[in-house]
Design a protein around this ligand. Sequence first.
Ligand SMILES: [Zn+2]
Length: 312
Amino acid sequence: MPTFLRRLALWLGALALAVMAALTGPTAAQAAAPAWPTLGNGSTGANVTTAQYLLRHRGYSLTVDGQYGPGTTSVAKSFQSANGLGADGVIGPQTWGKLVVTLNAGANNDAVRALQTSLNKYGYGLSVDGAWGPATTSAVQSFQSRNGLAVDGIVGPATWQYLVGGSGGGTGNYRLIIGKSVLPRSEYDDPHHDYPAIDLPTVTGTTAYAITSGTVGHVGGNCGLGIGITADDGAYYLYCHLNSRSVGAGARVSAGQVLGYTGATGNVTGPHLHLEVRVNGANRCPQNMLLALYDGVTPPAPSALPATGCTY
Ligand SMILES: [Zn+2]
């Protein structure tokens, strides 16, 4: 074969592989990294505390209280202007990219406080003292290993993305369906109107995560932009009223993979995430499962969840 034909054949082969990769998307073995969370006025919780420590590390003066109010908004705008970003005061993917710093063992600063705050979302129980000692090293290595990251003990952009983007709740092959810092524990035992399910009051745009591994189906109707997971544990998990879906019908997902963002589509009176757990087509009460995931302990099997007692 003439050289140019061989080159053409190789180029076409590479193109075909790239197209196939784009069509098939990530597999369970290489699950997508969690999305960077979007923080703005009214956001609360550990990710806000993390962002505030990182802004302080960058030389800005602000109160670190886990509450994203006018003070944090104004500092975020200054940081964005100084870094050539649109100054909207909302911390999204681009701002996170400029805000995070690569950290190594031995560092002692506010960025380490941000790191320790983020690790504590996952139950590491570190004191947030800004000093990276042996306990922080072992927490970083454990976190990297659990998330399939290179276990190098260095916190770079990829580790940061998993730290701030991950839901923070769960154990084994189960994850909490929204970030642990989004709602207090008391929201996870609420009964549902008329049939076993749960409604979690989330603002539009809250990241929704796969509760466990399985295969995705798209659902519509009253459910709005809905996602059903036919799970490996034998149950069916239905998420309703999403604002957008991040996974296609037929996609395989792993526990904790981003499914989409909550909203108010379908039959709703306001934005919330509706979850149902079905075993052999019959609804079970999801509350005990979600409470266990919130607490980071092994959840009951879906078939062990009650079929009554969670309605009003
Ligand atoms: Zn509902």
